[in-house]
Design a protein around this ligand. Sequence first.
Ligand code: ADP
Ligand code: ZN
Ligand code: ZN
Length: 749
Amino acid sequence: MSGSGTVIARVSLPRPVRQFFHYRIPDRLRESAVPGVRVSVPFGRRRETGLIEALVAASEAPGVKLRDLHRVLDAEPVLGDELLELCRWVADYYVAPPGLVFRAALPPGLLGAASYEPEESRRQVIEIVRELPTLTERERAFGRARRQREAYETLESIGGRAEVAHMERRLGFGRGILAGLADRGLVRISLETVDRDPFAEQDPGDPPIELNARQQQVLAGLSDLARQPEPGVAVLRGVTGSGKTVVYIRLMRDVMERGRGAILLVPEISLTPQTVSRVRAEFGDEVAVLHSGLSDGERRDAWSALRTGRKRVVVGTRSAIFAPVRDPGVIIVDEEHDGSYKQGETPRYNARSVAVVRAGLSGALCVLGSATPSLESWALARAGRWTALQLPERATPHPLPEVRVVDLREEEGPPPRILSAKLRDALAERLERGEQSLLLLNRRGHSTWVSCESCGWIAVCRSCNVSLTWHRRRGRLVCHHCAHEEPSRETCPECGSPTLTYSGVGTEQVERHLVEVYPDARIARMDVDTTGRKWSHRDILDSVRRGEVDILLGTQMISKGLDLPGVTLVGVIDADVGLNLPDFRASERTFQLLSQVAGRAGRGQRPGEVLVQTARPSHFAIQRALVHDYGGFAERELADRQEPGYPPHLRLANLVISGRDDESVEAAALALGDWLEGLVAARPELATTRLLGPAPCPIDRLRGRWRWHLLIKQPDAGALGAILRFTSSHAPVPSGVRLEIDRDPESLL
Ligand code: ADP
Ligand code: ZN
Ligand code: ZN
């Protein structure tokens, strides 16, 4: 039957294997079985849903008895030629199973296991109806009802309004406690319709703005490029508040007037509500917003609206790079340096790199915008391979804020020294003047380190080699890497003595400290613990914007893209949190974080001030951030990475070997190291490869698995790809041990 002239279907199934599966096409399906449609196929004794990746000659699957396709599920391909090609590139470059790439590119439920959320649009909401501004009132209101007070203060810290289910399930306050608050007349519990599309009723967008000279120049440059047959990539470096978003929107408009579509990627929708609503205000019904708050059904609706051409613009997070926008003329990646563009699980793609490739496939201009571009992008722009454009000044009346450093080593008094005298005074000044302050600490919980003074015991996770964080309000010790948590302890489990010490300050502790120091201040906290509910970010930010919050405290969440004109002071509690991580991006991440958070100050009518607390004031990442000197930072950091051989000088892959038994993991890692050395030595064209390790990962045990890793460095991207693909198919990996390949890793932990 399958003579050499016959055409068969090469099918991809959503399984963690890098191979394709071949099927015969029965005559009745000849017409409909085309690349990009989903098909139902026999697999073992079951039926599975797969995707026809290509039609190939039967000779591609010689000597195999092929089975028939069972059914074709789509009248039109769900992935057009361009997106198929893009997915093939992702699978090839990141050495990922193609079926998992296709699944990631499609809306949930189209390939493989469907994951439907229950559609629930009416929920119980609890809301504060009586504020207790002073400590005295608080004491009077609660008396000895400690848990009620905790519940009330938790609710306050998350913006005064939350779903009852969130308070109960995530924060651990029972129905009785919440009902008690209602009885006291402090809160109201009601059934409310939760709005489905919170961006639908956002602000009306930018008033018509006259672009300044610099912005006009940049826009003209970008528009010119977008008209070229091969526009390439432009890196737009613009300081915070320079008007990058204004320029993006004009550029998208320009491209759409020529009949093409547009894609705008943002790091995290909930953290960039303003960008989204501005795009929404400009393009109205033509824009689809793809964000994590959508139900599967809404996501599929948005996806088909783009596929059929009813909508021509998408704004969304990482996976929106696969959105079926027709004929995109521009693909913009906002805050292109952001780590959230990298997917942390297979397929481990970086949406920024995928954007560059997709733009190339569709003849679109790719714009990578940031105040602090990634060094990878910056190096290519500097070398002239990509176009470099700059907006060096703020568009608003005030220049970038003045940044000053506070040397924590000079602070007096017993630890924990959370607020230096300078920061305390600066906060008090703002409170007096009725201005708002932002405080950053990139560490949540109360204390990040619990140990016994008598015997040296340390509270660590039973599945991960990391210390547990004490969450005081919830009375739990929590692992921030897995789901594990346990009750707090009064005494040491090893020696029984009551000498436990709590150190390492987190946001929860800062919040308590602030309440003590400024009893009359209205304080809100924004971190993972207070933003479990879908729109709690927005609720917190809204109350800040309405002037109902004096001090907003939070993790890196508060550093991104926010335009809060009332904020005149930004304080960084501890700039060294990320600086001390054993990771080659530690300096870069610190510089980015400080620059971003400093950019939140003084965006309104009044000038801003930034205070950075650190015990390493002379570190260049901090020094350069103080003077807003990206160029100087990049130069030094590029030089520092030259010798150890890190990106962008060399291309990097992190191979992680993990398993439940530590000895077999170690043995497998050593064997893989030897095997790779043999491979590289046997091929002269790979002589420039550098192998590092194997060695235990900085976090050498995670979710019950022991972990070793090995770094491969290569000057040539093609050669690295060849090594990785060969390794993935041929390297010895014993059963019980897993090998994960992370190409262009964002972190080596
Ligand atoms: P970025 O995206 O670079 O942070 P935005 O586009 O958000 O900058 O602009 C920052 C602020 O400056 C916004 O409030 C915006 O409306 C305002 N703005 C930008 N360009 C101009 C301009 N040419 N004239 C007046 N205001 C401007
Ligand atoms: Zn002890
Ligand atoms: Zn853990």
